[in-house]
Design a binder for this molecule. Structure first.
Ligand code: BEZ
Ligand code: FE
Length: 304
């Protein structure tokens, strides 16, 4: 065979040997790694990266562009802005990791993306309390239950909820240290919960950085379908990180910029006129409001 003969990768055979030799030498460099899982991950990442470079025949300029891009992702990242998570989310890496780690189990509620706006130690509100705490938007009454996959109520489940205001801003983006649109509450002895929040609206993920530039370069929108975040924890049960989406939200058709939508998580937020009595007698001063139901089913921590 001569060097001018080609292979399916479109590189001549001698060239293929050179490329495979580089890969082999890098893989061999992990032979002294005593942690088998670390070795498996390092070998996998190298195999896939080399395969990607060889498949697309990456030019040196493109390699430099990618290095500059990742450098910019690092530079804009700080304690409150996590551009690497945005990158992972917009490339579907977050949702793929969630898919691998949250195998469907019976009727358990599906998980979705965590996002960068969760805050530890959000204030506790009593059942029926208002999580908006000054965040502006249309009030929404949200209620439901937490049960296990056999339908048994889970009392005392910790339910953390967070959402943006009607302008698509989370409190951590206000820049004044206020806590609004987030809280934690606990299910009652019947596993039931209820709270006032805001009817979710679609909003763009932060797009003033390199990830936003990438989305615009490939003709993609940064907008997320309207949603309300939940994280639910209870002893012996698998922690659930999820959202509920708003049935009828046009963004569901257009697409969610981080691929987080699952049909089972789309819920009606039924519009209520200002005159409709609220479930707890709250007066809404002529405002429209909505109500939604979310029955949460937690999988066991250990699935055999
Ligand atoms: C969010 O839902 O809060 C979110 C998720 C992924 C990226 C940015 C924001
Ligand atoms: Fe969100």
């Amino acid at each position: 065979m001569t060097t001018s003969e080609t292979t399916p990768g479109s590189a001549p055979n001698r060239q293929v040997e050179v490329e495979e030799d580089v890969l082999r030498r890098v893989l061999d460099s992990f032979s002294g790694c005593t942690d088998p899982r670390l070795r498996e991950i390092m070998e996998g990442v190298v195999r896939h990266l080399h395969s990607f470079i060889r498949e697309v025949r990456l030019s040196e300029d493109e390699w430099k562009y990618a290095i500059d891009f990742l450098t910019a992702v690092g530079h804009i990242t700080d304690d409150t802005r996590q551009e690497f998570i945005l990158l992972s989310d917009t490339l579907g890496v977050s949702m793929q990791t969630i898919a691998v780690n949250n195998e469907a189990y019976r009727n358990a509620t599906e998980a979705t993306v965590f996002g960068p706006f969760f805050v530890d130690d959000a204030p506790e509100v009593p059942l029926g309390g208002d999580i908006a705490a000054g965040a502006v938007g249309e009030p929404a009454w949200v209620e439901g239950t937490v049960t296990d996959t056999d339908g048994r109520p889970v009392p005392g489940a910790r339910i953390e909820v967070w959402e943006c205001d009607e302008d698509g801003m989370y409190d951590v983006q206000y820049g004044d240290g206020r806590t609004a649109g987030r809280a934690c509450l606990y299910s009652d002895e019947d596993g039931a919960f209820r709270f006032w929040g805001l009817t979710p609206v679609p909003y763009p993920i932060p797009y003033d950085g390199p990830v936003g530039k990438m989305l615009s370069a490939v003709g993609r929108s940064p907008v997320r379908a309207a949603h309300l975040h939940f994280m639910v924890t209870a002893p012996g049960l698998r922690t659930l990180v999820t959202h509920i989406f708003v049935e009828g939200d046009p963004q569901l058709e257009i697409g969610d910029s981080v691929f987080g939508v699952k049909d089972s998580l789309i819920k009606p937020f039924r519009k209520q006129s200002p005159e409709t009595p609220t479930p707890d007698g709250r007066r809404l001063d002529g405002q429209e409001w909505s109500r939604a139901r979310f029955d949460i089913v937690l999988a066991p921590e250990e699935i055999t």
